[in-house]
Design a protein around this ligand. Structure first.
Ligand code: ZN
Length: 236
């Protein structure tokens, strides 16, 4: 069977919780989309309701070629929410994104910070979701978390942290990840963040270098004969 790789992009304001700007959406997203579209790669974009309301045209454009999933409304952490707040975040973002994409429901969800308590999983089901990609293979206990759900939601783990793309030899480390490979990035990583007051690993090799690494990454997976999958392809 052909190995698969999924490129997923979490669309939120810049480098939370440090910044409140949207340079990633305004300056990073166009370059990122033109690389994906140039290679004919279909990706999954997990979008916050907040960004979708501020940048509706950008999200509609992405939806023409790629899958749109929800990334909550405000990018607050779900493990710090009560039931009513979690329900609001999911319902509100779903409503906005469905309206923009003209869809009755979305398939895929990813919680901010890859943290989504099991007690909220049925809220996803209630809102029409079939996939939760809020767990990560590089965080402890992911196997348990994937298995624990008695709710009919497919839990697709992320394979590696987003900054790996920007680390020296990161692509070589990504090449060794086990199949299926699920990667995630943010639009702000494709904007120069070297002078922003953010964590050191968030700053390193952002901007043009990150975009060039992404091109090399896609070429690498193509030469290794990987198939590029959207999240919803996991349902087939
Ligand atoms: Zn996020």
């Amino acid at each position: 069977m052909r190995k698969t790789v999924s490129l997923t992009i979490d669309i939120e304001h810049d480098c939370p919780p440090y910044l409140k700007t949207y340079r990633g959406i305004e300056k990073g997203l166009p370059g990122l989309c033109s690389v994906l579209d140039g290679f004919g790669v279909k990706a999954t974009f997990f979008v916050t309701g907040d960004v979708a309301s501020k940048y509706p045209e950008e999200i509609k454009k992405i939806a023409q070629h790629h899958e749109i999933g929800s990334h909550g409304y405000s990018h607050k952490r779900f493990d710090r929410m009560n039931f009513a707040e979690a329900a609001y975040e999911i319902e509100k973002s779903t409503e906005i994104l469905c309206r923009l994409t003209g869809k009755e429901k979305l398939d895929s969800f990813r919680a901010p910070n890859l943290v989504f308590p099991e007690r909220f999983l049925y809220l996803l089901k209630d809102n029409g979701y079939s996939i939760d990609s809020s767990i990560a293979k590089y965080k402890p206990g992911w196997v348990l978390r994937r298995a624990v759900s008695n709710i009919d939601i497919l839990r697709v783990p992320v394979s590696a942290t987003s900054s790996l793309l920007r680390f020296p030899f990161g692509n070589q480390l990504i090449r060794r990840l086990s199949h299926p490979v699920v990667l995630f990035f943010h639009p702000w990583e494709f904007v120069g963040m070297q002078h922003e007051p953010i964590r050191c690993d968030c700053r390193i090799n952002t901007g043009a270098k990150a975009l060039s690494n992404l091109e090399k990454l896609i070429e690498m997976f193509k030469s290794d004969n990987y198939r590029f999958c959207k999240m919803s392809d996991f349902l087939k």
